[in-house]
Design a protein around this ligand. Structure first.
Ligand code: PLP
Length: 375
Protein backbone atom coordinates (compact mmCIF):
# COMPACT_ATOMS: atom_id res chain seq x y z
CA UNK A 1 0.00 0.00 0.00
CA UNK A 2 1.14 3.53 -0.78
CA UNK A 3 2.41 5.80 1.95
CA UNK A 4 -0.54 8.10 2.21
CA UNK A 5 0.37 11.79 2.39
CA UNK A 6 -2.85 13.25 1.06
CA UNK A 7 -4.83 13.58 4.28
CA UNK A 8 -5.95 17.15 3.55
CA UNK A 9 -7.94 15.65 0.67
CA UNK A 10 -9.35 12.81 2.70
CA UNK A 11 -8.31 10.46 5.47
CA UNK A 12 -8.61 6.74 6.05
CA UNK A 13 -11.67 5.75 8.11
CA UNK A 14 -10.52 4.74 11.59
CA UNK A 15 -11.37 1.29 12.95
CA UNK A 16 -13.32 2.83 15.82
CA UNK A 17 -15.35 4.95 13.42
CA UNK A 18 -16.07 1.97 11.19
CA UNK A 19 -17.13 -0.14 14.18
CA UNK A 20 -19.45 2.62 15.39
CA UNK A 21 -20.88 2.92 11.88
CA UNK A 22 -21.68 -0.79 11.62
CA UNK A 23 -23.04 -1.08 15.17
CA UNK A 24 -25.30 1.96 14.76
CA UNK A 25 -26.56 0.87 11.36
CA UNK A 26 -27.61 -2.44 12.90
CA UNK A 27 -28.87 -1.28 16.29
CA UNK A 28 -30.45 2.04 15.41
CA UNK A 29 -32.01 1.50 12.01
CA UNK A 30 -35.17 3.46 12.81
CA UNK A 31 -35.81 6.90 11.39
CA UNK A 32 -35.20 9.44 14.18
CA UNK A 33 -38.32 11.31 13.04
CA UNK A 34 -40.59 8.26 13.48
CA UNK A 35 -42.77 8.10 16.57
CA UNK A 36 -42.58 4.33 17.15
CA UNK A 37 -40.08 2.71 19.50
CA UNK A 38 -37.34 2.21 16.88
CA UNK A 39 -37.64 5.85 15.86
CA UNK A 40 -37.53 7.08 19.45
CA UNK A 41 -34.50 4.89 20.13
CA UNK A 42 -32.70 6.30 17.07
CA UNK A 43 -33.61 9.87 18.05
CA UNK A 44 -32.27 9.30 21.55
CA UNK A 45 -29.01 8.02 20.15
CA UNK A 46 -28.78 10.98 17.76
CA UNK A 47 -29.21 13.42 20.64
CA UNK A 48 -26.73 11.52 22.81
CA UNK A 49 -24.14 11.86 20.07
CA UNK A 50 -24.91 15.56 19.57
CA UNK A 51 -24.33 16.11 23.31
CA UNK A 52 -21.11 14.11 23.21
CA UNK A 53 -19.62 15.99 20.24
CA UNK A 54 -20.80 19.36 21.56
CA UNK A 55 -19.17 18.61 24.89
CA UNK A 56 -15.88 17.68 23.15
CA UNK A 57 -16.03 21.04 21.34
CA UNK A 58 -17.19 22.91 24.49
CA UNK A 59 -20.27 24.32 22.78
CA UNK A 60 -24.00 23.99 23.52
CA UNK A 61 -25.50 20.97 21.77
CA UNK A 62 -28.30 23.19 20.43
CA UNK A 63 -25.72 25.00 18.28
CA UNK A 64 -24.61 21.86 16.43
CA UNK A 65 -26.27 20.55 13.27
CA UNK A 66 -25.38 17.49 11.22
CA UNK A 67 -25.05 17.92 7.46
CA UNK A 68 -23.68 15.89 4.56
CA UNK A 69 -20.30 17.63 4.77
CA UNK A 70 -18.61 21.00 5.01
CA UNK A 71 -19.76 22.00 1.54
CA UNK A 72 -23.38 21.66 2.61
CA UNK A 73 -22.73 23.49 5.90
CA UNK A 74 -21.19 26.38 3.96
CA UNK A 75 -24.00 26.36 1.40
CA UNK A 76 -26.59 26.49 4.18
CA UNK A 77 -25.06 29.70 5.51
CA UNK A 78 -24.43 31.42 2.17
CA UNK A 79 -27.78 30.45 0.65
CA UNK A 80 -29.61 31.79 3.72
CA UNK A 81 -28.27 35.24 2.76
CA UNK A 82 -30.67 35.23 -0.16
CA UNK A 83 -33.53 35.95 2.26
CA UNK A 84 -31.90 39.28 3.13
CA UNK A 85 -31.72 42.58 1.34
CA UNK A 86 -28.49 42.45 -0.68
CA UNK A 87 -25.46 43.87 1.07
CA UNK A 88 -21.73 43.17 1.18
CA UNK A 89 -19.93 39.94 1.95
CA UNK A 90 -16.20 39.80 2.60
CA UNK A 91 -14.22 36.61 2.10
CA UNK A 92 -10.49 35.96 2.22
CA UNK A 93 -8.52 35.38 -0.98
CA UNK A 94 -7.61 31.83 0.07
CA UNK A 95 -11.03 30.33 0.77
CA UNK A 96 -11.92 26.84 -0.46
CA UNK A 97 -14.15 26.84 -3.52
CA UNK A 98 -17.03 25.67 -1.29
CA UNK A 99 -16.97 29.29 -0.06
CA UNK A 100 -15.57 31.26 -3.02
CA UNK A 101 -18.02 29.72 -5.50
CA UNK A 102 -20.78 31.66 -3.72
CA UNK A 103 -19.42 34.99 -4.95
CA UNK A 104 -20.86 34.83 -8.49
CA UNK A 105 -24.17 33.50 -7.16
CA UNK A 106 -24.56 36.29 -4.63
CA UNK A 107 -23.39 38.90 -7.16
CA UNK A 108 -26.06 37.63 -9.53
CA UNK A 109 -28.58 38.40 -6.78
CA UNK A 110 -27.35 41.95 -6.31
CA UNK A 111 -24.76 41.39 -3.57
CA UNK A 112 -21.38 43.05 -3.46
CA UNK A 113 -18.37 40.88 -2.64
CA UNK A 114 -15.02 42.12 -1.36
CA UNK A 115 -11.97 39.86 -1.25
CA UNK A 116 -9.56 40.28 1.62
CA UNK A 117 -6.00 39.52 0.46
CA UNK A 118 -4.27 36.98 2.66
CA UNK A 119 -0.69 37.94 1.80
CA UNK A 120 1.77 35.27 2.82
CA UNK A 121 -1.31 33.31 3.92
CA UNK A 122 -2.42 35.78 6.60
CA UNK A 123 -5.52 37.96 6.46
CA UNK A 124 -4.68 41.32 8.04
CA UNK A 125 -7.24 42.72 10.54
CA UNK A 126 -6.38 46.29 9.46
CA UNK A 127 -7.17 45.42 5.85
CA UNK A 128 -10.39 43.78 6.96
CA UNK A 129 -11.30 46.96 8.82
CA UNK A 130 -10.87 48.96 5.61
CA UNK A 131 -13.26 46.65 3.74
CA UNK A 132 -16.08 46.74 6.30
CA UNK A 133 -19.07 48.85 5.23
CA UNK A 134 -22.39 49.65 6.94
CA UNK A 135 -24.12 47.11 4.68
CA UNK A 136 -21.64 44.25 5.34
CA UNK A 137 -23.65 41.22 6.41
CA UNK A 138 -21.15 38.39 6.41
CA UNK A 139 -17.40 37.90 6.74
CA UNK A 140 -15.96 34.46 5.91
CA UNK A 141 -12.36 33.64 6.79
CA UNK A 142 -11.17 30.07 7.07
CA UNK A 143 -9.30 28.90 10.18
CA UNK A 144 -6.69 26.81 8.32
CA UNK A 145 -6.06 26.84 4.59
CA UNK A 146 -6.29 23.47 2.85
CA UNK A 147 -3.45 24.06 0.37
CA UNK A 148 -0.72 25.47 2.61
CA UNK A 149 -1.98 24.94 6.16
CA UNK A 150 -1.74 28.73 6.72
CA UNK A 151 -3.71 29.63 9.79
CA UNK A 152 -5.59 32.81 10.38
CA UNK A 153 -5.81 34.84 13.53
CA UNK A 154 -9.56 34.36 13.71
CA UNK A 155 -9.94 35.87 17.17
CA UNK A 156 -8.26 39.11 16.12
CA UNK A 157 -10.32 39.25 12.91
CA UNK A 158 -13.55 38.64 14.85
CA UNK A 159 -12.58 41.42 17.29
CA UNK A 160 -12.10 43.80 14.35
CA UNK A 161 -15.61 43.01 13.15
CA UNK A 162 -17.11 43.36 16.66
CA UNK A 163 -15.41 46.76 17.09
CA UNK A 164 -16.87 47.90 13.78
CA UNK A 165 -20.33 46.68 14.78
CA UNK A 166 -20.30 49.07 17.73
CA UNK A 167 -20.49 51.99 15.28
CA UNK A 168 -23.83 50.85 13.93
CA UNK A 169 -26.47 48.60 15.29
CA UNK A 170 -26.23 45.73 12.89
CA UNK A 171 -24.63 42.42 13.62
CA UNK A 172 -22.21 40.96 11.06
CA UNK A 173 -22.16 37.18 10.77
CA UNK A 174 -18.58 35.89 11.13
CA UNK A 175 -18.18 32.51 9.48
CA UNK A 176 -15.05 30.39 9.65
CA UNK A 177 -14.61 27.26 7.55
CA UNK A 178 -12.86 25.09 10.13
CA UNK A 179 -12.49 21.83 8.22
CA UNK A 180 -8.69 21.72 8.45
CA UNK A 181 -8.55 23.11 11.99
CA UNK A 182 -10.57 20.73 14.14
CA UNK A 183 -8.24 18.48 16.10
CA UNK A 184 -5.23 19.79 14.17
CA UNK A 185 -4.48 23.17 15.73
CA UNK A 186 -5.54 24.70 19.07
CA UNK A 187 -9.16 25.53 18.28
CA UNK A 188 -11.79 26.81 20.70
CA UNK A 189 -15.03 27.90 19.03
CA UNK A 190 -16.32 29.85 21.99
CA UNK A 191 -13.08 31.72 22.59
CA UNK A 192 -12.87 32.65 18.91
CA UNK A 193 -16.30 34.31 19.10
CA UNK A 194 -17.38 33.18 15.63
CA UNK A 195 -21.05 32.95 14.61
CA UNK A 196 -20.78 29.93 12.33
CA UNK A 197 -18.33 27.20 11.33
CA UNK A 198 -18.16 24.18 9.04
CA UNK A 199 -16.59 20.79 9.73
CA UNK A 200 -16.11 17.63 7.72
CA UNK A 201 -16.00 14.01 8.88
CA UNK A 202 -13.68 12.63 6.24
CA UNK A 203 -10.80 14.99 7.10
CA UNK A 204 -10.55 13.50 10.59
CA UNK A 205 -10.75 9.75 9.89
CA UNK A 206 -14.52 9.78 9.87
CA UNK A 207 -16.71 8.80 6.94
CA UNK A 208 -17.26 10.77 3.77
CA UNK A 209 -20.62 12.46 3.37
CA UNK A 210 -21.00 13.66 6.94
CA UNK A 211 -20.25 17.07 8.37
CA UNK A 212 -21.33 19.62 10.92
CA UNK A 213 -22.52 23.17 11.01
CA UNK A 214 -22.02 25.28 14.12
CA UNK A 215 -24.44 28.17 14.58
CA UNK A 216 -23.92 30.33 17.63
CA UNK A 217 -27.43 31.71 17.41
CA UNK A 218 -29.56 29.16 15.56
CA UNK A 219 -32.84 30.97 16.24
CA UNK A 220 -31.84 33.76 13.85
CA UNK A 221 -30.88 31.32 11.09
CA UNK A 222 -33.36 30.69 8.29
CA UNK A 223 -32.34 27.85 5.97
CA UNK A 224 -33.22 28.03 2.30
CA UNK A 225 -34.46 24.43 2.32
CA UNK A 226 -35.86 23.29 5.69
CA UNK A 227 -37.61 20.43 3.83
CA UNK A 228 -38.76 17.76 6.31
CA UNK A 229 -37.84 19.91 9.31
CA UNK A 230 -35.10 17.63 10.65
CA UNK A 231 -32.29 19.11 12.76
CA UNK A 232 -34.76 21.48 14.45
CA UNK A 233 -35.83 22.81 11.07
CA UNK A 234 -32.32 23.93 10.13
CA UNK A 235 -31.38 21.04 7.84
CA UNK A 236 -33.92 18.85 6.10
CA UNK A 237 -33.30 15.23 5.20
CA UNK A 238 -33.20 12.01 7.21
CA UNK A 239 -30.20 12.07 9.51
CA UNK A 240 -27.34 9.75 8.54
CA UNK A 241 -27.15 8.20 11.99
CA UNK A 242 -24.43 5.57 11.37
CA UNK A 243 -22.17 8.21 9.84
CA UNK A 244 -22.95 10.56 12.72
CA UNK A 245 -21.97 7.82 15.19
CA UNK A 246 -18.73 7.27 13.28
CA UNK A 247 -18.12 11.03 13.27
CA UNK A 248 -18.47 11.03 17.06
CA UNK A 249 -15.59 8.55 17.31
CA UNK A 250 -13.51 10.64 14.91
CA UNK A 251 -14.09 13.87 16.83
CA UNK A 252 -13.44 12.26 20.22
CA UNK A 253 -10.28 10.65 18.99
CA UNK A 254 -8.83 13.85 17.43
CA UNK A 255 -9.81 16.13 20.30
CA UNK A 256 -8.82 13.54 22.92
CA UNK A 257 -5.30 13.08 21.60
CA UNK A 258 -4.85 16.63 20.36
CA UNK A 259 -1.71 17.60 22.28
CA UNK A 260 0.31 14.46 21.64
CA UNK A 261 -0.64 14.42 17.95
CA UNK A 262 0.18 18.09 17.53
CA UNK A 263 3.65 17.64 19.07
CA UNK A 264 4.42 14.47 17.15
CA UNK A 265 3.28 15.78 13.77
CA UNK A 266 5.06 19.06 14.52
CA UNK A 267 8.33 17.18 14.81
CA UNK A 268 7.70 15.19 11.59
CA UNK A 269 6.85 18.47 9.86
CA UNK A 270 10.14 20.04 10.97
CA UNK A 271 12.19 17.09 9.70
CA UNK A 272 10.51 17.18 6.31
CA UNK A 273 10.84 20.98 5.98
CA UNK A 274 14.56 20.73 6.71
CA UNK A 275 14.99 17.96 4.11
CA UNK A 276 13.07 19.94 1.47
CA UNK A 277 15.13 23.05 2.09
CA UNK A 278 18.39 21.11 2.03
CA UNK A 279 17.37 19.88 -1.42
CA UNK A 280 16.79 23.49 -2.51
CA UNK A 281 12.99 23.35 -2.54
CA UNK A 282 11.11 26.35 -1.19
CA UNK A 283 8.48 25.64 1.45
CA UNK A 284 5.36 27.70 0.77
CA UNK A 285 3.59 26.90 4.03
CA UNK A 286 4.21 29.65 6.59
CA UNK A 287 6.36 28.75 9.61
CA UNK A 288 3.33 28.85 11.92
CA UNK A 289 1.07 26.86 9.57
CA UNK A 290 -0.83 23.80 10.73
CA UNK A 291 1.76 21.05 11.17
CA UNK A 292 -0.50 18.70 9.20
CA UNK A 293 0.11 20.38 5.80
CA UNK A 294 3.27 21.27 3.88
CA UNK A 295 3.26 22.83 0.42
CA UNK A 296 6.55 23.19 -1.41
CA UNK A 297 7.85 24.21 -4.82
CA UNK A 298 9.14 21.20 -6.71
CA UNK A 299 11.66 21.64 -9.55
CA UNK A 300 9.10 20.21 -11.99
CA UNK A 301 5.45 20.90 -12.83
CA UNK A 302 3.53 19.58 -9.86
CA UNK A 303 1.65 16.87 -11.79
CA UNK A 304 5.00 15.42 -12.95
CA UNK A 305 6.53 15.48 -9.46
CA UNK A 306 3.39 13.96 -7.91
CA UNK A 307 3.55 11.15 -10.49
CA UNK A 308 7.22 10.54 -9.65
CA UNK A 309 6.32 10.31 -5.96
CA UNK A 310 3.46 7.99 -6.84
CA UNK A 311 5.89 5.74 -8.74
CA UNK A 312 7.82 5.48 -5.46
CA UNK A 313 4.66 4.49 -3.58
CA UNK A 314 3.88 7.90 -2.07
CA UNK A 315 0.48 9.51 -2.41
CA UNK A 316 0.83 13.31 -2.47
CA UNK A 317 -1.15 15.94 -4.28
CA UNK A 318 -0.54 18.76 -6.63
CA UNK A 319 -0.88 21.95 -4.62
CA UNK A 320 -1.95 23.75 -7.76
CA UNK A 321 -4.68 21.38 -8.92
CA UNK A 322 -6.14 20.81 -5.45
CA UNK A 323 -8.73 18.44 -6.87
CA UNK A 324 -9.32 16.93 -10.28
CA UNK A 325 -12.74 18.59 -10.48
CA UNK A 326 -11.49 22.03 -9.61
CA UNK A 327 -8.29 22.27 -11.57
CA UNK A 328 -6.55 25.58 -10.96
CA UNK A 329 -8.34 26.21 -7.66
CA UNK A 330 -5.22 25.46 -5.62
CA UNK A 331 -3.20 27.66 -7.95
CA UNK A 332 -5.74 30.46 -7.36
CA UNK A 333 -5.36 29.99 -3.61
CA UNK A 334 -1.57 30.15 -3.82
CA UNK A 335 -1.78 33.24 -5.99
CA UNK A 336 -4.27 34.61 -3.47
CA UNK A 337 -1.40 34.40 -0.97
CA UNK A 338 0.78 36.46 -3.31
CA UNK A 339 2.72 33.52 -4.79
CA UNK A 340 3.68 33.87 -8.48
CA UNK A 341 1.89 31.54 -10.90
CA UNK A 342 5.22 30.05 -12.11
CA UNK A 343 5.86 28.83 -8.54
CA UNK A 344 2.24 27.88 -7.91
CA UNK A 345 2.27 25.58 -10.92
CA UNK A 346 5.12 23.57 -9.35
CA UNK A 347 3.54 23.40 -5.91
CA UNK A 348 3.17 20.00 -4.29
CA UNK A 349 1.17 19.39 -1.12
CA UNK A 350 1.78 16.67 1.41
CA UNK A 351 -0.56 16.32 4.35
CA UNK A 352 -0.52 14.17 7.44
CA UNK A 353 -2.94 12.49 9.79
CA UNK A 354 -2.82 11.00 13.27
CA UNK A 355 -1.45 7.76 11.81
CA UNK A 356 1.51 9.42 10.04
CA UNK A 357 4.67 8.18 11.74
CA UNK A 358 8.38 8.95 11.69
CA UNK A 359 9.02 5.89 9.50
CA UNK A 360 6.75 7.13 6.71
CA UNK A 361 8.33 10.59 7.02
CA UNK A 362 11.77 8.99 6.58
CA UNK A 363 10.52 7.09 3.52
CA UNK A 364 9.25 10.35 2.05
CA UNK A 365 12.60 12.05 2.66
CA UNK A 366 14.40 9.14 1.01
CA UNK A 367 12.08 9.38 -2.01
CA UNK A 368 12.62 13.12 -2.55
CA UNK A 369 16.38 12.65 -2.22
CA UNK A 370 16.26 9.92 -4.87
CA UNK A 371 14.20 12.10 -7.19
CA UNK A 372 16.71 14.95 -6.73
CA UNK A 373 19.53 12.53 -7.60
CA UNK A 374 17.70 11.47 -10.75
CA UNK A 375 16.97 7.99 -9.36
N1 PLP B 1 -13.32 23.49 3.23
C1 PLP B 1 -12.05 23.05 3.25
C2 PLP B 1 -10.98 23.93 3.81
C3 PLP B 1 -11.73 21.79 2.75
O1 PLP B 1 -10.46 21.37 2.78
C4 PLP B 1 -12.77 20.98 2.23
C5 PLP B 1 -12.45 19.67 1.62
O2 PLP B 1 -11.89 19.60 0.57
C6 PLP B 1 -14.08 21.47 2.24
C7 PLP B 1 -14.32 22.72 2.75
C8 PLP B 1 -15.23 20.64 1.74
O3 PLP B 1 -15.51 19.60 2.65
P1 PLP B 1 -16.52 18.40 2.30
O4 PLP B 1 -15.77 17.45 1.44
O5 PLP B 1 -16.90 17.82 3.62
O6 PLP B 1 -17.70 19.01 1.62
Amino acid sequence: MDLYFDNAATTRLSDKALEAYIRTEKEFFGNPSSVHREGIKAKKELERIRESIASALSIPSASLFFTSGATESISAVFSSLLFNEPGRIIISSIEHEAVSSWIPILKHHGWDAAVLKARGGKADPEELKALLTPDTKLVAIMAVNNVTGAREDIKELVNTVREYEKRGNRRIFFFSDSVQALGKIPYDIKALGIDGASFSGHKINGPRGIGMLYLRNPSSFRPLAPAGGQEKGKRGGTENLPAIAALEQAVLSWTGSFSSGYERIGSINRDIRIALEELGMEVLSPEDASPYIISFVSPLPSEVYVRMLSDKGIAASSGSACSNNAKGEGEKILMGMGIKSSKARNAVRISFSGDTDAESAAAFIKAIKEISNGQ
